[in-house]
Design a protein around this ligand. Structure first.
Ligand code: BES
Ligand code: ZN
Length: 918
């Protein structure tokens, strides 16, 4: 009899599982094996060392057959072998174990699957012989449509829809493809064999060792054996694909695989990969560990990309770039994603986290290191300035009570998905940047080189990295970093000038404005009057006085010998003082009134660098939300950014403007128009400088900025820009090659058109759908989708949301429509979500995408009543894997609600906005 594992959602399957469980209750084996249920980690009495896998995907009927023979070490006396399996059917009779030491054969007396725990328990009559053994079994599974495990993705060829078979195993879905010890610390080697139709390309982690024709229609492909690696990095792709290829300086093959006819879109990514691999090999002091690297664009893909060892998979929009259709922002995205996934080939794949608690070691590091690579490849992108956006995204999540520490306990496997968030990625990357700044770039790099050498082909925990870095630097790395990885949140450092001394005080920053008693070891940096007058100091206490005398003394000593710098001696009584220089620290700063005033003048005078201009603005904004400062202070500050030209700082301006507008729109609707006027005027000079069309020699940042500024102007109702956008859209409709609407400005035009679509005239909406339907470039499709929700008419918003569920939109792309919903559309969107919750849950509940439905829509609200209503709804419709997101989204609603009330009470704010907007 074959044992079935239930798919969590299928009612019929669940019932049959219950019946099976009831039957099992009568058998003796059950009582013993329950000891393994409800456990988070597998027992370590038996560990795998080498998997021999044979898989036969049946693309037409979406099933697969498999056979596995795995070499084991039995290290403790036991009658049981416990490993992971889910959604698989095991052929009980096929299971056997042979001891290498005793040569004895063992057949299990029971083969039990426990769907709840996703484990397979093999129970034997007697204790297994200690030492090496071989376990073998056959199994069947389904190529599912959930974008995880072993799944199907569809593509069209000559008008006919076909399936490809793809894997996505991180964090814990290898068990849906073959039974295995599916935890990152059970590293083993893998030898893969695939049986596929002769006309298909079959790829896996390693190069092909041997290819034979097994029948007129089928071939057998054997791949070379991999190095020791974790199960979540095993990968397979079978489909009709074409590739372009290049070679690294040391002769390794790098290929980009795409659907038939799209290889030209892979050139940019190939080039980035070819230049990134040697960069990392040098930086990490270790060669790329595998003989080849393939990168594949998959038409249906839940995440952005996945770093499978030697076979990196991507959604199309994260890998493919079309010179004509893609925008500068798309180009940067491709480069960043490629650099991120390749960083994992060392950080993650070669050295792997011991358990998911240390996920941030993978993701935080890959994120941080990708910036290093991009800066090397494209210095003109000023990517380290752009890095502050990562920090701010992390601040946005980590300023919530509902945040979590970087190192987090993981219970059920479903909880792992939810920690692939801004904390692991962005806070992780930000605190690494902070540590690197503190230790110095060279020391830090030497530490990484030792770390990789020491742990290659093995696993590591957070503290392992700290001890290597301490050895290298002699600094108290663990003490410093524990305060950032083991507790959630971050501090705001308040600084006051008190009789010629800088007194600082740290307290936890929370958007909600109160509570939180965290304390951190803060590597404070500051400049006085000039960037060369820079100091740093570890601050451990709640309150302390910065040792500014050192700076002044050193300076005086220097100026004695060097007459030229005499005039720039730092002077606390009048110089500007900027803390968190370059925004490399993960903390916010609150200045006293005098220091804030000096900073404003310094910004006006052009004395501050872009990152610091960004920091002053964003920190002030954050203090406003937390109701530590009135809105008028922020608005006055924004005025000094009138001649701002930096991309990242202007992005901060537009983001802050969007958020203020939302709050003022709810708090004092009558002031919204003046506020829009004010912010439009601030952005207009830069927008006019850039115009609508690219200059022949313009830089990457200007190309990206153009679209963002024009979009903001459209959003803030700037009539001339809106009309111009519509005019250019008409030209584009007549001619897709029209120079009037290049890729970088297309989204602006789509938004302008969509904003004014009403039920009474849907021409604009239909034109956009036409563009959507005719393109074969994924970035163009997502561009259209991300504007469809922008209408102010509730009926149109619902229609756009219905479209997202139609067969015309791949599940992977549905989230784009959500991202485009504006404040005006929020009620329609929320009603839609409630009505369609069952459908949405059934379609997206198994993947990480479900959380977007909640966060994108819920976070648009700003009242306590709404927060209560939303809470009730999700209490009644609670489900695994969404609790964290629901909690965070509701907290955001309450925060905005508090801010709205605060702004309503702010004295003189209406007049202030009127004066600014007039
Ligand atoms: N390891 C992740 C992919 C992943 C994400 C697997 C979530 C399982 C769950 C990959 O390295 C990654 O981080 N991809 C990012 C892109 C990156 C540039 C931030 C993504 O998918 O968005
Ligand atoms: Zn990653």
């Amino acid at each position: 009899m074959a044992t079935r594992v239930a798919a969590a959602a299928g009612l019929a399957v669940i019932t049959s599982y219950l019946i099976a469980a009831r039957l099992r209750k009568n058998s003796k084996a059950v009582k013993l094996t329950t000891a393994f249920q409800g456990k988070i980690r597998l027992p370590t009495s038996v560990t795998p060392s080498r998997y021999d896998l044979e898989l036969t995907p049946k693309l037409d009927i979406c099933k697969f057959d498999g056979k596995m023979t795995v070499s084991l070490r039995i290290v403790e006396d036991t009658k049981y072998i416990v490993l992971n399996a889910a959604d698989l059917t095991i052929t009980d009779k096929s299971v056997w174990l042979r001891s290498n030491t005793s040569r004895q054969m063992f057949w299990p007396k029971s083969v039990e699957l426990h769907p709840e725990d996703e484990i397979l328990v093999l129970a034997f009559e007697e204790n297994l012989s200690l030492g090496e053994a071989v376990l073998s079994m056959e199994f069947q599974g389904t190529l599912n449509d959930q974008m995880r495990g072993f799944y199907r993705s569809s593509y069209k060829i000559n008008g006919e829809t076909r399936n490809m078979a793809v894997t996505q195993f991180e964090p814990a879905d290898a068990r849906r493809c073959f039974p295995c010890w599916d935890e990152p610390s059970f590293k083993a080697t893998f030898k893969m064999t695939l049986h596929v139709p002769v006309d298909r390309v079959a790829l896996s982690n390693m190069p092909i060792a041997e290819e034979t024709r097994s029948s007129p229609k089928m071939k057998t492909i054997k791949f070379e054996e991999s190095p020791r690696m974790s199960t979540y990095l095993v990968a397979i792709v079978v489909g009709e694909l074409e590739y372009i290829e290049g070679h690294t300086p040391d002769g390794r093959s790098v290929r980009v695989y795409t659907e038939v006819g799209k290889t030209h879109q892979g050139k940019f990514a190939l080039d980035v990969a070819l230049r990134t691999l040697p960069f990392y090999a040098k930086y990490f002091g270790t060669e790329y560990p595998l003989p080849k690297l393939d990168m594949v664009a998959i038409p249906d893909f839940a995440a952005g990309a996945m770093e499978n060892y030697g076979l990196v998979t991507y959604r199309e929009a994260a890998l493919l770039f079309d010179e004509k259709v893609s925008a500068a922002a798309n180009k940067q995205r491709v480069a960043v994603v490629v650099a991120h996934e390749l960083a994992h080939q060392w950080f993650g794949n070669l050295v792997t986290m011991e358990w998911w608690t240390h996920l941030w070691l993978n993701e935080g590091f890959a994120t941080w290191v990708s910036y290093l690579a991009i800066d090397h490849l494209f210095p003109e992108w000023q990517i380290w300035t752009q890095f502050v956006e990562q920090t701010v995204d992390a601040f946005r999540l980590d300023g919530l009570v509902e945040s979590h520490p970087i190192e987090v306990e993981v219970g059920h496997v479903r909880e792992i998905d939810e920690i692939f968030d801004a904390i692991s990625y962005k806070k992780g990357a930000a605190i690494i940047r902070m540590l690197q700044t503190y230790l110095g770039a060279d020391t830090f790099q030497r530490g990484l080189v030792s770390y990789i050498k020491r742990y290659e082909y093995k696993n590591a925990r957070t503290e392992d990295l700290w001890s290597v870095l301490s050895e290298e630097s002699g600094a108290p790395v663990k003490e410093l970093m524990d305060s950032w990885t083991k507790q959630q949140g971050y501090p705001v450092v308040s600084v006051q000038l008190k009789s010629e001394a800088l007194v600082i005080e740290q307290s936890q920053y929370l958007f909600s404005g109160h509570g939180g008693d965290g304390e951190w070891v803060v590597p404070v940096t500051y400049c006085v009057g000039a960037y060369k007058n820079k100091m740093s100091e570890l601050v451990r206490l709640k309150t302390s006085v910065l040792s500014t005398h050192k700076l002044i003394h050193d300076k005086q000593a220097n100026s004695d010998s060097d007459m030229t710098s005499q005039d720039s001696s730092p002077d606390l009584s009048k110089d500007w003082i900027k803390l968190n220089v370059g925004q490399t620290g993960f903390y916010r700063v609150k200045y006293d009134d005098e220091l804030a005033l000096r900073l404003r003048s310094a910004i006006s005078a052009g004395s501050l660098e872009a990152t610091d201009r960004f920091g002053v603005l964003d920190d002030t904004y954050a203090l406003c939300i937390a109701r530590k400062q009135p809105l008028s202070v922020l608005l006055s500050l924004m005025e000094v950014y009138r001649s701002e030209t930096d991309y990242t700082v202007l992005m901060c301006m537009t983001n802050v403007s969007y958020r203020i507008l939302k709050v003022v729109g709810d708090a004092i609707p009558s002031a919204a128009k003046d506020l829009k006027h004010f912010v439009s005027n601030l952005l207009l000079p830069s927008a006019e400088r850039l115009g609508w069309e690219a200059r022949p020699d313009e830089g990457h940042l200007d190309s990206m900025l153009r679209g963002e500024l024009l979009s903001a102007l459209v959003f803030f109702g700037h009539e001339d820009t809106i009309n111009e956008a519509k005019r250019r859209f008409e030209a584009f409709l007549k001619d897709r090659e029209s120079p009037l609407l290049p890729a970088d400005t297309r989204k602006v035009a789509y938004t302008a058109v969509m904003q004014s679509v009403k039920s009474s005239d849907k021409t604009g909406y239909e034109s956009l759908l036409k563009i959507y339907r005719e393109t074969d470039v994924s970035q163009e499709r997502t561009r259209v989708l991300s504007t469809l929700g922008a209408s102010c008419d509730p009926a149109i918003v619902s229609e756009a949301l219905d479209f997202l569920l139609s067969p015309e939109v791949r599940n992977q792309d549905a989230i784009w429509v959500l991202a485009g919903i504006s404040g005006e559309g929020r009620d329609a969107a929320w009603s839609w979500l409630k009505e369609n919750w069952k459908t949405v849950w059934n379609r997206f509940g198994e993947s990480v995408l479900i959380t977007r439905f909640i966060s994108s829509i819920v976070s648009l609200f700003s009242s306590d009543d709404k927060a209560d209503e939303i809470k009730d709804f999700f209490n009644a419709n609670s489900a695994p894997g969404i609790d964290r997101t629901v909690g965070q989204s509701i907290e955001r609603v309450r925060i905005t609600s508090e801010w709205v009330k605060y702004v309503q009470k702010e004295e003189g704010i209406v007049e202030k906005i009127k004066q600014l907007g007039g």
